[in-house]
Design a protein around this ligand. Structure first.
Ligand code: 1GP
Length: 240
């Protein structure tokens, strides 16, 4: 099987747009997990992302193991903290919050994860994570103690993405924050996607078919949906 990064890159070359569902271990109702996963499986979902800003120790690993038993869809960790790294997933978005100026989330958490990563077979994908103002103060902003970039500052967002690519990031993730009231604008997605050559992930506040299609049309290679699915497990049928 291709690595996940190879699959994302090949999909980009072929303009096959990808969709990932984000499950936050902190918000999952374990008793409903089987039903949640079957709702994901009946739709063309490429990846399950698992992660959250505040997750109690050990819970991510427990949830990942349970999801693995229920589906063959590959699991990609999207950790808010190095303690969320689970060897039972398939890959790790090795995030660096390049929009922020907090060294802890630029390099500190990554250093803390090394002991674990040295012993793992997880596919590690260097990802430049860019937090953009999504209209509300999101958990990422609070936990990382960083300031999101204003949606009006397109040039700065684009330069941040380019700098990320030049630093060797294999993916760029434009994040409006979970539960954002304002998703990343079409203009931002278009500008960034035109200026970088690595695949572009977009997430935060995407709830409708129109938003999803617009993100794809403007150059998102993969979209991540969390809150909308969490609030209504049947939403995918109306979005896709
Ligand atoms: C959050 O980008 C993801 O990190 C998904 O955001 O929960 O708003 O869909 P939502």
């Amino acid at each position: 099987m291709n690595t996940i990064l190879e699959h994302i890159k090949t999909s980009k070359e072929k303009s096959n747009k990808l969709l990932a569902i984000l499950l936050d271990p902190d918000k999952i109702v374990i008793q409903n997990l089987q039903d949640t996963i079957s709702k994901i499986e009946t739709n063309p979902i490429d990846y399950i992302l698992v992660g959250g800003s505040k997750v109690i120790d050990g819970l991510t690993d427990t949830i990942v193991k349970k999801i693995k038993k229920l589906t063959t869809i590959r699991i990609v960790l999207f950790p808010g903290d190095f303690k969320q790294i689970s060897n039972n997933a398939d890959a790790l978005l090795f995030l660096s919050l390049i929009s922020g100026r907090n060294p802890e989330y630029l390099i500190g958490q990554q250093v803390k994860s090394v002991k674990k990563l040295k012993k793992t077979s997880l596919e590690i994908i260097p990802t430049g994570y860019i937090l953009i103002d999504g209209g509300v103060e999101t958990s990422v902003q609070k936990v990382s103690n960083t300031i999101p970039i204003s949606q009006s500052n397109i040039e700065y967002i684009t330069m941040t993405a380019i700098a990320g690519e030049l630093m060797g990031k294999q993916l760029i993730y434009l994040e409006a924050g979970s539960g954002a009231t304002e998703a990343v604008s079409q203009e931002i997605i278009k500008n960034v996607s035109e200026k970088i050559s690595v695949p572009l992930i977009v997430g935060g506040g995407i709830r409708t078919k129109e938003q999803l299609e617009n993100a794809y049309k403007n150059g998102a290679d993969m979209v991540v949906i969390g809150t909308a699915f969490e609030e209504n497990n049947n939403i995918l049928t109306s979005i896709l």
